[in-house]
Design a protein around this ligand. Sequence first.
Ligand code: MG
Length: 395
Amino acid sequence: MDTDRTILHCDMNGFFASVEMLDHPELIDKPVAVSGDPDHRRGIILAKNEIAKRFGVSTGETIWQAKRKCPKLVLLQSRKGLYSKYSKLANQIYFSYTNKVEPFGIDESWLDVTASAALHGDGKTIADKIRARIKDELKLTVSVGVSFNKVFAKLASDYKKPDATTVFDRNSIESVVYNLPAASMLFVGRSTAAELHKMGISTIGDIAAFPEAPLVAKFGKHGSLMKKYALGLDDSPVADYGSHDPVKSIGNHITFKRDILTYDDLKKGFAIVAQKLSQRMHRKNIQARCIQITIKMSDFTVVNRQTRLKWPTNLSSDLAEAAYKCALTCMRDGAIRMLGISCCDLIAPDSPFQTDLFDKIDTKAVGRENAFFSVKEAFGDSSIMFGSMLDNDLE
Ligand SMILES: [Mg+2]
């Protein structure tokens, strides 16, 4: 296995709360939580410090629930700019060890340091150097996982917190990795884990040992991806630093094979446009808070309309529905030859500044689309399609 890569996954510990504590040293001995909007009755807890954690305050619960457990809880409003600043500083430290640095959310990054060994040492040595520098230069802590692929490196960074290095090499697969819960693996969401549990699968080792056919029967291609990951066969590359830079706007438009004549056509037309757009947004790891639709009639007149989305999203179902509803407000009689959707006001999906998202977002749809697009990425564009596209004569 002399061709093994050395992949690091760096995960900053208690990121938002730690950054806030740096900025508020006077609160160091108080229970502190960061929330989207402290005045909003339905705001949620986005992060908490160690003291608040001891009171049982947990991420994702409402401010009201948290205050009941810990009446003296100090609430701070999340500050995206401040977190982005520290995120960038951390990534710059990572970048000094390799140009392959791929951020995954604001407080996590993968690094491929395979080619850095001669200059900086092996994976563990680089991980330890990074931890020391983050502590020294940023006064923050990071957990670093070291392995031979991205999925296992992420598992390793989760294994020990805070401020720890964990190495999962090929010798630790059977003794450690295979005993970890199935749900701890990337892309195994809560509902997938529950389904796996019903099949008698509770650990990563169980997934690896399970025959592929019933996994595929149950989860489609996502089932074989899970098995591939559990077997340690994830070979996805770490992207070059900067290639995930935020884009200002992103859009897609399609001139259809035949004119759009009915509301059903219109709905399907936007679904087709939204799907390709959504796939690119998943790839770039961005969500939109606003869309603009373009409708070109068969007489070549054009209608544009903008609408704000109810919450930031890159789900094709959300984009298609918002576009359709927006179109209904500005429709004219006549045949349509082209539909377009452009997204604006783009953000990274885990930006910490929204309130009460958790009770609005359709997590099932998120899981479904994530699986859908990872299958497309892994097996090609035509490997899977939505059932609603089956009798599509528009494209
Ligand atoms: Mg973290």
